[in-house]
Design a binder for this molecule. Structure first.
Ligand SMILES: [Zn+2]
Length: 462
């Protein structure tokens, strides 16, 4: 994510609901994934493999009528399971085609199947729901989630907005593949993650199918609904590109399309093979404070400059393919995407990343962001409401420059590629990054990371 301007760039179960049969002890899945930053986000007891989302949406009234078919596997003998869903009305829930009991409790949709689900059983939860989706707000971002535009809507869900529009296991640790079937009034278009899977018009309404075949964190699921000018092409490396801009942003199409191709071709050289089957970008017709690295195809909420395009596309490796296990490690996304901007400058006639580091390091207390960067919080554990402040971004990027200075270019660039290939489609922690950096460089690096990530004050030695 790039935020403009400043960064320039449990609910405990009330009843045990335990049932025993044939020697199995069925217990409820946990109502959270165990992330201290977002205790209710995600759920325990199952692992989603695939979301099949059928949505009928009318922009004029913001009316959504939808069915989510969620294919999952039980990871325990499961008496009950939670999904995350905010605001919308649930009309029915079935498990493997049989009606299931359900209740709502805050953002938890609590589903009790007729019979317990044995560990390792594959099952499908079908949720029929409807309503008028609304955005949500965060102190560091403003509005996010489902956002209406004059002729449609779009979705930017990081970190916990996916539950504003579909029932999900809303935590990055449960990645899944997606099929979207979105029906809208004829003349309206739908773009999404992944690749198009067909479209047809019947009775004045058009249906668009999109498939995301690579595992994806729920916060990266994206729709852009409205009128768009679409351009298709390929990168030099042959990756299909689909870019789209709203009609009132037509003048940005060339910049986004060509900028995407240049950025992906360069990033493949520096970070390794592009992790997904297609790429592109979408410029929505309204201006919001941020752009988001929605998988395969970022959403741009303002006119993107080259650093923004480089940043959001760097996230395809750092954040989307290699995803955080806990939100406190957000610097693994944002520090790396920021460093990608600095590296781009370095290799395209601008200042070196070291010069950018030196410039930031040399700022004095009268600089407006001094406290944010050097006093207020740790880059490696910024706090729930401070995920998208500049500390994890800039200090995260500076951490990588400090590492590069210590281990040398050869080990550093080998590390970037080793990291993206070892953890492709996976989830990671900072500890894993430190371990890999130590193995590749044959150096002890805990002091460096302590100084840069886990100390609020400006490091003086590392
Ligand atoms: Zn970012």
């Amino acid at each position: 994510m790039v935020v403009t301007l400043a960064i320039a760039c449990l609910v405990a179960p009330t009843t045990p609901a335990t049932a025993a049969s044939h020697g199995h002890r069925f217990t409820p899945g946990a109502p959270g994934a165990g992330d201290p930053y977002f205790p209710q986000e995600g759920n325990g007891g199952y692992d989603v493999a695939h979301y099949d989302l059928s949505l009928d949406y009318t922009p004029a009234s913001n009316a959504l009528v939808a069915t989510a078919r969620i294919k999952a596997r039980a990871t325990q003998d499961l008496s009950r399971l939670d999904l995350d869903l905010k605001q919308l009305t649930v009309n029915s829930v079935q498990v493997d085609g049989r009606d299931a009991r359900f209740t709502r409790k805050g953002q938890e949709l609590v589903v009790t199947p007729r019979a317990g689900l044995r560990k390792d059983t594959r099952f499908t939860v079908t949720v029929a729901y409807a309503g008028t989706p609304k955005s949500v707000r965060r102190p560091d971002l403003g509005e996010f989630g489902w956002i209406r535009t004059p002729d449609g809507a779009y979705v930017v869900s990081e970190p916990d907005g996916a539950s504003t529009w579909f029932p999900s296991n809303d935590h990055p640790t449960d990645k899944a593949t997606y099929t979207y079937r979105v029906t809208v009034p004829k003349g309206t278009q739908v773009l999404s993650n992944g690749e198009p899977g067909g479209e047809w018009t019947r009775g004045g309404r058009s249906t668009f199918v999109w498939n995301e075949r690579s595992p994806m964190a729920s916060y990266l699921a994206m729709l852009a609904i409205g009128k768009f000018t679409v351009r298709k092409g390929r990168t030099e490396g042959g990756i299909p590109v689909i870019t789209a801009v709203a009609p009132n942003r037509a003048d940005e199409l060339k910049t986004i399309h060509e900028g995407t191709i240049k950025a992906i071709d360069w990033e493949e050289k520096v970070f390794g093979r592009y992790p997904f089957a297609s790429t592109g970008g979408i410029r929505v017709g309204v201006d919001v404070a941020f752009s988001l690295e929605t998988q395969s195809r970022p959403i741009y909420g303002y006119r993107p400059d080259t650093p923004t395009i480089v940043h959001e596309l760097a996230h395809q490796w750092f954040g989307d393919s290699v995803s955080v296990r806990r939100w406190k490690d957000i610097w693994l996304n944002e520090g790396f995407a920021t460093y990608a901007e600095w590296l781009w400058d370095e290799q395209h006639g601008g200042p070196s990343a070291k010069q950018t580091f030196d410039n930031l390091y040399g700022k004095t207390e009268d600089w407006p962001y001094y406290n944010e960067l050097w006093r207020d919080r740790e880059a490696g554990d910024p706090g729930t409401d401070e995920l998208f402040t500049l500390t994890p971004y800039w200090r995260g990027g500076m951490t990588l420059q400090a590492l590069r200075d210590r281990v040398g270019d050869r080990a550093f660039f080998a590390l970037l590629k080793a990291w993206t290939s070892a953890h492709r489609d996976g989830n990671v922690t900072t500890e894993q990054f430190i371990d890999l950096a130590e193995r590749i460089s044959h150096k002890r690096l805990d002091g460096l990371f302590d100084a840069w990530l886990y100390t609020k004050d400006k490091p003086t030695t590392w």
